[in-house]
Design a protein around this ligand. Structure first.
Ligand code: ZN
Length: 430
């Protein structure tokens, strides 16, 4: 099976390389704005825009004709080309959203990017891209040192089970990262090594993950200490930040600090999630998890932070492709399935479950159990009934069809309404 996979590394560029990175990010922003201005004109007149190809041609003519654009040669042509592609895609998404063909919240017309107010990023779509040891090789940049070893990807490149398609370079919280989009070949086993095994998984905040398997075993992954520690630091830092006056130098300073802690929390959490989900996918053929309404929940800003930190969508996505790699499958429970409110003992459904209730007390049968565990048990009970019947949107993940795109994607779908799990996160966020 060939699937796309992203490999991301933190960079340690030299000062000269850092200048080049900034210059490229600036070029990408300029190209986006330049292209958007052309597209806006045409959209107003004809209701249509220029394709990435058209923009590229227009740009090639303009950059030679206009001496004010002579600096273009300082950057790889990829930076401009890929920005036009992004713009083309954004305009396409805008029209699809307008026609109601796109799930999720309504998209507005793409906007101009302001220096210092947008993400610094650009992409190489061609050229020499490699990695070795603790370095990556990028067009124009040459050999850039990485913070950690790149051996996982290097090994795959060596034995030709991976091919780099593109490299996105971006800056988060004062740090540069490269993310290689690769085509990775994997041999998928015909059948999972433990056929028939199943587990229900509840992804949470206080515990990273609670699982109940078909043998009655309970699995809890508390998340690394480092995560809890940085979450505490994060809470303190965000309180400190909110006390600073808007527009002040102190506020800028605390904002930068906050961003650094956020990035650290996200990294630590992703790391822990990778470890936990890999283990689950190896041990269980069927994994049942809740299909969370991430796009809908991120509308709540307080919640958005908690979700971004915790990466709920990321956990489910990881389970999706990792179960497929192991010859198993992920069953996504319908968003409206009341996994928290249902008693895993007798099946009684509570009308309400207060946000603060961490234990589930059943009035019908007297069962007393942990809230997360109760949810995990309910999810496990769905394993037998098959994915298709569970998933109202037809989004069931079967090996080899979906879920093996382990790329960082925008939350693809949005739903209105709140699920029981959304409420649980609000509690933790508060
Ligand atoms: Zn009960």
């Amino acid at each position: 099976m060939a699937a796309r996979q992203a490999y991301r590394f933190a960079l340690d560029p030299t000062p000269a390389q850092e200048r080049a990175l900034r210059s490229h990010a600036g070029a990408a922003r300029f190209a986006w704005n330049w292209g958007l201005a052309r597209c806006k004109e045409r959209y107003a007149a004809e209701g249509w825009w220029y394709s990435a190809m058209d923009l590229h041609k227009l740009w090639n003519a303009a950059k030679k004709a206009d001496p004010a654009l002579a600096w273009w040669a300082e950057n790889s042509k990829c930076a401009y080309q890929e920005a036009f592609r992004d713009l083309d895609r954004a305009l396409g998404e805008f029209t699809r959203s307008k026609k109601g063909e796109r799930k999720g919240r309504r998209l507005g017309f793409p906007r101009f990017k302001k220096r210092g107010r947008c993400r610094e990023a650009f992409r190489f779509g061609a050229g020499v891209m490699r990695c070795a040891g603790a370095t990556v090789i990028l067009p124009r940049m040459g050999t850039v040192r990485t913070h950690e070893s790149t051996r996982k990807l290097a090994r795959r490149l060596e034995n030709e089970t991976a091919r780099i398609l593109s490299a996105t370079v971006s800056r988060t919280a004062q740090r540069w990262y490269v993310s290689f989009t690769c085509e990775v070949k994997r041999s998928i086993p015909e059948r999972h090594c433990r056929p028939g095994s199943a587990i229900g998984v509840d992804l949470g905040i206080t515990t990273l993950l609670t699982g109940a398997d078909d043998q009655g075993a309970i699995i809890t992954v508390a998340g690394p200490k480092a995560l809890r520690a940085s979450l505490r630091t994060l809470r303190r830092a965000s309180r400190a930040h909110s006390r600073k006056a808007r527009g002040s130098a102190r506020r800028r300073k605390t904002a930068a600090r906050l961003a650094r802690i956020h990035a650290r929390v996200a990294n630590v959490r992703a790391d822990a999630l990778h470890k936990a989900t890999s283990g689950l996918a190896r041990r269980y053929e069927t994994v049942v998890a809740e299909d969370l309404n991430v796009a809908g929940m991120t509308r709540n800003r307080k919640l958005a932070r908690a979700i971004a930190d915790q990466g709920f969508g990321a956990g489910v996505r990881m389970l999706g492709y990792k179960t497929a790699w192991n010859g198993g499958r992920l069953v996504k429970a319908d968003r409206f399935y009341p996994s928290s409110k249902t008693c895993s003992g007798c099946g009684a459904v509570k009308a309400k479950l207060a946000l603060s209730e961490r234990t589930y007390n059943c009035e019908a049968c007297g069962l007393v159990t942990g809230r997360d565990l109760n949810a995990a048990r309910n999810l496990l009970s769905l394993a037998a009934s098959g994915a298709e019947s569970l998933n109202a949107c037809g989004g069931a993940i079967r090996p080899g069809t979906a879920g093996h795109v382990p790329m960082n994607q925008e939350p693809g779908t949005a739903y209105s309404g709140k699920t029981g799990t959304a409420a649980r996160q609000r509690e933790a966020a508060a």
